[in-house]
Unconditional design. Sequence first.
Length: 208
Amino acid sequence: MKRTKSGRAWMHEHVTDVWVQRARREGWRSRAAFKLMEIDERDHLLRPGQVIVDLGAAPGSWSQVAVARTAPDGRVFALDLLAMEPIPGVHFIQGDFREDAPLRQLQDALAGAQVDVVLSDMAPNISGVAVADQARAAYLAELAVDFAVQHLAPQGRLLVKVFQGGDFPALRAHFTAHFAQVEIRKPKASRERSPEVYLLATGVKTQR
């Protein structure tokens, strides 16, 4: 009964959420588009002609924003375990980022090009066990760092969703070990009670 009530409450909150409603009106695939747009407007991540990699891309709202803001000559590569409806201008690879084969496909698609921005809105399947969920999310964030260190241009940038909790200080230290500057962003479209924040890292210290 509690699960049913909580599920109904979540659904009611979701369908009445102003960001969800705005996304539907404006043609964005999810409310997450506004998180990226707010960060971009503050930090100027996306510019015409850039090479962008979007990890954990489905349903595709961040890729939509990236395509729009890097046009006309930008290149956007997206990867997700889930299927994603095509977006004009986005090269999509379906696969698990934790496995070698999809990663090789992404590397082949890049064909040696340096990446200007790596975006990662990846999140694990939520089990409801906070410690385990935070550990899985931290692991995905570390994988995003590893990819970025190998593929970003020297002053490229990495934006990753993370969750505040017991692992957060160590995770932030992992970022600062690899990047010259690391900042925390909490966009307005993120629910206030959510532990999610975004780490914005700039300037790879040591590329592999």
